[in-house]
Design a protein around this ligand. Structure first.
Ligand SMILES: [Zn+2]
Length: 241
């Protein structure tokens, strides 16, 4: 059964990071009839990432990701195409609240903890729902968080981890894991836009063992973002990796 695009035509979806997770998510959202996409990234297309960044092709190598993504949406989206707004910078403490203002939902498709925590905090302070995604090697997760928080990203991961962390660039990631997680993020977002409330739902994929599980995250009363609420603004010092 086809899903009507009508509920999504007025939606404004912000996608933070147009890489392994962001590209399948953008493709799914554009095809679903989302009216407006705001793409946030400051990077260029790299040949070594083409296996997982499915909006891009050989001819895009070296181009700004957002230009290549906008062209791909124009080329691929059938029927009504979304308007695409390009924010050619990383999400940072100085722009996060401005970028999230007026969003129907945010998809956090970044590859580093500083951006993930910043996006979590900015979404809660903006009272915008957010869908987090992460993927490395054979595993990936997607978490949907409501506009009022609770349970939120900080209920799961209290604060930025200390020390060097594994990244996709260093540890590698399997392309289909990114594809599945990015598509799940888009699916959560569409569910939200359609009036559903998958809040606190955590999808967990183990690609090596063919397991996809859904858990319900419990709100943590001591959570600084949605519990005791000691985070009431975007303090740049909070996101120093
Ligand atoms: Zn929380």
């Amino acid at each position: 059964m086809a899903v009507s695009a009508a509920p999504f035509s007025m939606a404004r979806v912000v996608v933070v990071g147009v890489g392994g997770l962001g590209t399948p998510a953008v493709r799914a959202l554009a095809h679903a009839g989302v009216g407006s996409l705001v793409l946030v990234d400051d990077d260029t297309v790299d040949r070594t990432n083409l296996h997982r960044q499915i909006l891009f092709r050989d001819a895009d190598v070296g181009r700004h990701k957002l230009d290549a993504a906008a062209d791909a949406v124009e080329r691929q989206a059938g029927g009504v195409r979304p308007t695409v707004e390009l924010v050619r910078e990383r999400l940072h403490p100085g722009n996060a609240l401005r970028v999230f203002a007026g969003a129907s939902v945010v998809l956090e498709c970044s590859d580093n903890y500083a951006t993930k925590f910043l996006a979590a905090d900015a979404a809660r302070l903006s009272e915008v729902p957010i869908v987090h995604g992460a993927a490395i090697r054979w595993v990936g997760t997607a978490l949907a968080v409501g506009p009022q928080g609770g349970p939120c990203y900080r209920c799961l991961f209290e604060d930025l981890p200390e020390g060097a962390q594994a990244t996709c660039d260093l540890a590698g990631v399997v392309g289909p894991v990114c594809g599945i997680i990015g598509a799940l993020q888009a699916s959560f977002a569409l569910e939200l836009l359609g009036g559903g409330a998958p809040f606190g739902k955590l999808a967990s994929l183990d690609g090596l063992h063919d397991e996809l599980r859904f858990h319900t995250v419990k709100p943590r009363t001591s959570c600084a973002l949605c519990g005791v609420r000691t985070i009431v603004d975007i303090d740049p010092a909070r996101y120093l990796a």
